[in-house]
Design a protein around this ligand. Structure first.
Ligand code: ADP
Ligand code: MG
Length: 459
């Protein structure tokens, strides 16, 4: 299999951290072993003296500070702060970052199961394939992780099998934003000289990078988990790029469900707008069905007496899946999280006002019913009074008598008036004067009719 050489971004005078392996880095970390070299520096397994026993093993990634401009270091630190706030079972936990000597260091969670690329190569060499159920579970875990990031408007920009790690057989996305962090403010797509296998057509053509470009990369990873080969291959960089830009998306072997193949094809649409978001894939009936199966399986796994660590991972992923079921709520929540404290305070006040309005409405409804009853009583009583008036042919205004005989509170007016307004569809009229006016007019016309009738009968 053809592998592309990936750049190592070290300055010429850089003194790597490994030379001080005996020392305590940042007053708490000691290097245990070198794990490897990545595109932007060296990766070490370290022991955190200040962490609890079971959480002591961590990963330290270092790059030369000389490779970052001063403002880029500040930006990198700000972005590191953002990454440290992310907490999801399918994302490698980012703990902290600091400058030590000539190195910019990042401390992350350690995944003992190595990366997905290593595991794929191992399976391929052994002539094995991953069971379909395993692929689906891993795919869903990746979708949950990517969705979590995208909801927070964070792009990965370098999703590839080498950046996905195994911990207790659960997949965790690593290097989220870390590559950009280590490269400062450079645009990864324009400076990229690493592997093109997972790059989307739009990123290769410098047409911008967004969440859908991450979805393309995730599609390539899904294909690779199924076929143990890259989705787009070629003899050299250019031939791979041409295939990505021009060729149709490859299909999964017939042994895989057709619906999974449909999902893959949608993720590998050339037009980013045609690609579904991670949330849409998770909501699709096929994946949602698989997600429910997974939830049952993991729930049982927690109940059974199994290895403690995988139980813990399963419990975390179930929580993430339950949150997914409430995507709508989560989305609203993430909108709230994006707000400034002042906006959040305003929202809180609006919510309180809403609650009060709801209670008031209920109270008004009750009062309306009460009032209606009272009105009916009043009407029958006044009808009686009218008859007496008619008999006495009195010209005394009724309204005065009506208003004083039955005190009506402003709330009564409001409730009755508003309701009547809705009923009689006479917008633009004052709610408060309406109900009484209506009843008085009815009574007045009744009085007129009665007096007319009585006059007619007299003559
Ligand atoms: P790249 O630049 O290619 O993404 P990295 O810097 O991410 O490479 O990683 C370099 C090496 O360190 C790889 O062998 C990778 O498997 C290992 N590694 C990186 N992060 C972790 C981690 N969190 N846990 C275990 N191994 C890791
Ligand atoms: Mg990496």
């Amino acid at each position: 299999m053809l592998r592309f050489q990936e750049i190592v971004n070290h300055g010429p005078s850089f003194t790597p951290i490994s030379t001080c392996s005996k020392a305590l880095i940042a007053g708490r970390y000691t290097v245990q072993q070198k794990l490897g070299r990545g595109s932007f520096g060296t990766v070490y397994l370290v022991k955190d003296k200040k962490a609890k026993d079971e959480e002591q093993l961590k990963v330290l990634k270092e790059t030369s500070v000389g490779d970052l401009k001063p403002d880029e270091t500040v930006e990198a630190n700000l972005e590191a702060l953002l990454l440290s706030r992310l907490d999801h079972p399918a994302i490698v936990k980012f703990f902290t970052s600091f400058v030590e000597g000539e190195s910019f260091c990042i401390i992350t969670e350690y995944c003992e199961g190595r990366d997905l690329d290593f595991n794929i190569q191992e399976y391929k060499e052994a002539g094995k394939v991953f069971p379909e159920s395993q692929i689906i579970e891993w795919f869903i875990q990746l979708l949950l992780g990517v969705n979590y990031m995208h909801e927070r408007r964070i792009l990965h920009r370098d999703l590839k099998a080498k950046n996905i790690f195994l911990k207790n057989n659960f997949l965790k996305i690593g290097d989220f934003g870390v590559s950009r962090l280590l490269m400062g403010s450079c645009d990864l797509a324009t400076t990229f000289t690493g592997t093109p296998f997972y790059m989307s057509p739009e990123a290769l053509q410098h047409q911008g990078y967004d969440t859908k470009s991450d979805i393309w990369s995730l599609g390539c990873i899904l294909y690779e988990m199924c076929c143990l080969e890259h989705a787009f291959t070629g003899h050299n960089f250019l031939s791979v790029v041409l295939k990505i830009v021009e060729d149709d998306a490859p299909s999964l072997p017939d042994s895989y469900p057709r619906k999974l193949n449909t999902v893959l094809h949608s993720m590998l649409s050339k037009d980013p707008a045609m690609r579904p978001s991670a949330a849409e894939i998770l909501r699709s009936s096929y994946i949602d069905g698989q997600l429910q199966n997974m939830k049952c399986k993991f729930t049982n796994m927690i109940k059974e007496d199994q290895v403690l660590n995988s139980q813990k991972e399963a419990a975390h992923i179930i929580t993430a899946m339950q949150k997914k079921v409430h995507l709508q709520t989560l989305r609203a929540l993430s909108e709230v999280q994006k707000m400034t404290p002042r906006e959040r305070m305003r929202l809180r006040k609006l919510n309180i006002a809403d609650e009060k309005a709801k209670k008031l409405k209920q109270l008004a409804e009750e009062k309306y019913q009460e009032n209606l009853k009272r009105m009916q009583e009043l009407r029958s009583r006044n009808f009686h009074q009218v008859n007496i008036d008619v008999l006495h042919e009195s010209d005394q205004p009724i309204s005065e008598h009506l208003i004083t005989s039955q005190p009506v509170t402003s709330l009564d007016y409001l409730s009755v008036g508003c309701k009547k307004q809705a009923d009689s569809e006479t917008p633009g009229r004052l709610c408060m004067s309406d109900p009484m006016e209506h009843d008085l007019r009815t009574l007045a016309s009744m009085k007129q009719a009665c007096s007319l009738r009585s006059k007619t009968s007299i003559h």
